[in-house]
Design a binder for this molecule. Structure first.
Ligand code: FES
Ligand SMILES: [Fe+2]
Length: 437
């Protein structure tokens, strides 16, 4: 039954089939800049409660949340030079989980706790301004080194949100081209009370989905485009196992537990030629709200995605859905996870996207439609000619709640402080015809 309902693919716990498979991957769990600020953060990943910390010596640690003494919450603790200390009775643990101090016990029963008691510890690393965690077994796979983490001359920001539904429905959204026409375009147009069908954006007329080494590429033709359009010729990437990579940002959907997902989005905006060279000292991380007054925020692109997947329920009931031709990529994604699961259980074969060879893990390049438009060096006036880039420069279109200081840093980086970009009405965000490509 489970293969028809796909419910087994939604499980994240360490004893579940899919939970074991998901533990083969590295997961993004926080922004480095927010950890630097807070030093200690509670984290929940794959149904496990953890504490993430940065010791005073700069080492990162990720331990089980509950103190092995009497189960206090270590995320209420504080960091020391070489570890984290539980606030309750002062026991301290290093990043390997070993107890390095138990003050009263060390006085009266030296050697019984320190150096002997330990709590579970996991691996944690930094890449691209993001903190990554690995909860699986040895040997540890490579932490994927995607090309975008090496791009230069760009303003980067990280937005983190907690979305109360299963991660798989967010990831299925990563391979669903038609929703862009409706959820992100016609829905918005109607909300602006433009009620005539004539206001609708160009419709999709053909889709193609192709699996490749790092995920699935999806391609679209619309009534206004032909095969030379970059969104057909190159397409966009559903990145394995948990992300969508539309070209100059990436959205990771991280399983917190069976009914919660951490959305970790990483954005890159190339600065205008006039502002090069540009070096960003620290990538800001901010937390993006999902709800306002009890309702989903729907003013921004990724908030619209959250609204769509939250509407499917905490765990979408796939036994009651009706897949159409537009869902071929979703069927492909489910089959890949399912086949990987069978092979992994049969003989331990690594699932798709796990990298073992360090030589292969060097600035891995991915298909980028509009590579020149998004990543090339252009004068500000050229950038403003493209409706999509212009919208991105006018304000942060992806998620609600961007802090004022991040907006100011962005404007400063882009040379926009004294530039006023007028609102030219609803924009077809898939339209590349007037661009500088
Ligand atoms: S519960 Fe942590 S030191 Fe006592
Ligand atoms: Fe979307």
């Amino acid at each position: 039954m489970s293969s028809r309902t796909w419910s087994h693919l939604t499980e994240t716990g360490s004893n579940s089939r899919m939970g074991k498979l998901l533990r083969c991957y590295w997961w993004p769990i926080a922004g480095v800049s927010e950890l630097r600020q807070r030093r200690v953060m509670p984290v929940r990943l794959l149904s496990e409660d953890l504490v993430l910390f940065e010791q005073l010596d700069g080492t990162l640690g990720l331990l089980e949340r509950q103190c092995p003494h009497r189960r206090a919450d270590l995320s209420n603790g504080f960091v020391e030079q070489h570890g984290i200390r539980c606030a309750y009775h002062g026991w301290a643990f290093d990043s390997s989980g070993m107890c390095i101090e138990a003050p009263y016990e060390d006085q009266v029963r030296p050697g019984l706790c320190t150096g002997r008691i330990r709590c579970g510890a996991y691996q944690v690393r930094e890449m691209g301004g993001i903190v990554w965690a690995y909860l699986g077994k040895d040997p540890t796979p490579q932490l994927p080194d995607w090309e975008f983490f090496h791009w230069e001359n760009g303003f980067r920001q990280i937005v983190v949100s907690q979305v109360p539904c299963n991660w798989l429905q967010l990831q299925e959204n990563s391979v669903d081209p038609v929703h862009f026409e409706w959820q992100h375009s016609n829905y918005v147009i109607r909300k602006k009370r433009m009620l005539q069908p004539a206001h609708h954006v160009a419709t999709h007329v053909r889709l193609a989905f192709e699996e490749f080494q790092w995920g699935i590429v999806y391609k679209r033709l619309r009534s206004v485009t032909d095969r030379s359009d970059p969104l057909w010729a190159t397409g966009r990437v559903c990145l394995w196992p948990c992300a969508v990579f539309p070209g100059n940002h990436v959205e990771f959907r991280v399983p917190v537990d069976d009914t919660n997902t951490l959305s970790v989005c990483w954005f890159f905006d190339r600065v205008p030629l006039e502002c090069e060279p540009y070096q960003q000292l620290q990538i800001p991380t901010w937390r993006g709200p999902v709800f306002e007054n009890g309702r989903c925020i729907d003013t921004h692109i990724i908030n619209q995605d959250f609204m769509a997947v939250l509407g499917q329920g905490p765990i979408a009931d796939r036994s009651r859905e009706t897949l159409g031709a537009s869902d071929a990529g979703i069927a492909m994604l489910r089959r890949r996870f399912d086949q990987d699961l069978s092979r992994f259980e049969a003989d331990g074969t690594d699932p798709k996207g796990v990298i073992r060879d360090p030589a292969q893990n060097q600035r891995i390049t991915l298909p980028v439609a509009d590579r020149n438009l998004l990543l090339g060096s252009h004068r500000l006036c050229e950038m403003l000619e493209n409706p999509y880039i212009r919208e991105r420069l006018r304000g942060f279109i992806f998620q609600a709640g961007q802090p004022e200081e991040v907006r100011e840093s962005f404007q400063c980086a882009m040379g926009l402080r004294d530039v006023n970009i007028a609102d030219s009405g609803p924009v077809d965000l898939l339209d590349r015809r007037d661009g500088s490509t």
